[in-house]
Design a protein around this ligand. Structure first.
Ligand code: NDP
Ligand code: MG
Length: 419
């Protein structure tokens, strides 16, 4: 029951039941980030478009929980606006400040990393949108899958680390997974044109990032500012760096492998600088089915929330005549070493992807804080993968250990270099 309602059904609820749509209850993990803020815009728009037969007071999407790591003021602002039942701050140092900022509202404040798992398991949550960044999202997404929730997954790192376990847990517990990542949303939509056994190939597109035409020489001295200037997408800092190194595409190959149960040999990466064709599926008869849209995350976010329905929304229409031409080229695996490494990791399986991801997360943080060069990111990933004895079948414990090992290894390697 929504906050502030008593246990009797209101007229709006009765109308919603009669017309078959009680509000969908959504929790957003990472509501203060790039995906989180876009998701709130999408939900605002969905709630403001009238649905036939419903009272205008009826909200189709109700927000029951929001979370941030340390952006306490923005979280408080969002909480004031959306009045969720729960607001979580994973960095507990900010909990008192949050309590002060929203103390006048009847919102339960949760603090610390475990608060995400708590939210993921709430009975009143129908859809969990995972929009936090990095491996930190793993426990919550696993917990939600165990509870049979619908998962709108933007936070790709847990799928990369523990894709097999997550997909198996979701399957066993009847949890539906809808990807938010634009390429995977495109593939998910294209897949609906045929049966899984009729898929011959997945073609994953990528913009190529800010250094698309770089050579091995001129990529050596790129700056943080250059790496953070993505030519097409406006995203959080970690994924923006991942796009520049092409680690993002490597993560996405692994993500697609688990989401769609397609072997990596059948997943091809194609650079498409205009970022209009978000990915394609080739079927056995040779038909290529693609999904097109402007480079705007609102569309895949909305589709994940309304799936299996499609409704009007805020996404701007693509006008192909204005775009003129769409171009495609092969990625340069010599300059962007992370891409072939990602394929290797996917073929190895087990703990390898956890090491790849953790080494990257740590190295990106070092780069963002100005302690290493751009090219060191891929070098550090490769260093860890070479040193790691991958276990090909891995328990959750093994994956977490591999993750922690790689993080230590990166820092240790950097310490030795300094000496
Ligand atoms: P942002 O950095 O913009 O936002 C991250 C969010 O997660 C913020 O709310 C942040 O809180 C919170 N957060 C950060 N670290 C932690 C932590 N350790 N524990 C809990 N919460 C944390 O990231 P994006 O929105 O760009 O990306 C989110 C995820 O979606 C990533 O996995 C990314 O790969 C994926 N994705 C993003 C796309 C995009 O367009 N941005 C496209 C496709 C996928 P705070 O504000 O307090 O720091
Ligand atoms: Mg993507």
């Amino acid at each position: 029951m929504a906050k502030g309602h008593n246990h009797f059904l209101t007229e709006a609820h009765i109308s919603a039941i009669v017309y078959g749509s009680m509000a969908k209850k959504i929790a957003i993990l990472g509501s203060t980030g790039s995906i989180g803020k876009n998701a709130l815009r999408v939900i605002d728009a969905l709630n403001s478009s009238p649905v036939a037969g419903h009272s205008s007071l009826d909200k189709e999407y109700e927000i029951v929980a929001l979370s941030a790591n340390s952006s306490v003021e923005l979280l408080a602002e969002q909480a004031r606006r959306y009045q969720p039942r729960f607001a979580a701050i994973t960095n507990a140092d900010f909990a008192d400040e949050l309590r002060e900022l929203v103390g006048d509202l009847s919102i339960e404040i949760l603090a610390g990393p475990d608060s995400l798992t708590e939210i993921a398991q709430l009975e009143e949550v129908d859809i969990l949108l995972t929009a936090i960044v990095g491996a930190a999202g793993l426990p919550a997404v696993l917990a939600a899958a165990k509870c049979g929730k619908t998962l709108a997954i933007a936070n790709k790192e847990p799928l990369v680390i523990a894709g097999e376990l997550l997909m198996e847990t979701a399957r066993k517990n009847g949890s539906t997974i809808v990807p938010v990542d634009s390429e995977h949303s495109a593939i998910f939509q294209a897949m609906q044109a045929g049966a899984p056994g009729e898929v011959s190939k997945i073609i994953l597109t990528g913009s190529g990032g800010p250094f698309r035409n770089a050579t091995s020489e001129n990529i050596q001295n790129v700056t943080l500012k250059e790496a953070l200037s993505h030519p097409v997408w406006d995203m959080g800092p970690k994924i923006t760096i991942d796009s520049a190194t092409m680690v993002n595409k490597a993560l996405e190959v692994i993500e697609a492998h688990w989401l769609f149960d397609v072997p990596v040999e059948k997943i091809e990466v194609l650079i498409h600088p205009e970022s209009i064709v978000h990915s394609l599926v080739e079927f056995v008869d040779g038909s290529l089915i693609a999904q097109l849209g402007n480079p705007d995350m609102c569309l895949p976010i909305q589709y994940a929330l309304t799936y299996p329905a499609r409704v009007g929304g805020i996404a701007k229409r693509v006008r192909l005549a204005n775009i003129g031409k769409l171009t495609f080229e092969k990625p340069n695996s010599e300059v962007f070493r992370a891409l072939p490494l990602g394929y290797e990791v996917a073929r190895t399986g087990g703990t390898a992807a956890a090491v790849f991801n953790a080494a990257n997360e740590t190295a990106v943080q070092e780069f963002l804080e100005g302690r290493i060069k751009f090219v060191n990111i891929a070098e550090l990933i490769e260093y860890c993968l070479n040193k790691h004895n991958a276990k090909t079948t891995a328990s959750l414990e093994d994956l977490l250990q591999a993750d922690a090992w790689a993080r230590r290894e990166v820092l240790e390697c950097l310490k030795q270099k300094v000496r």
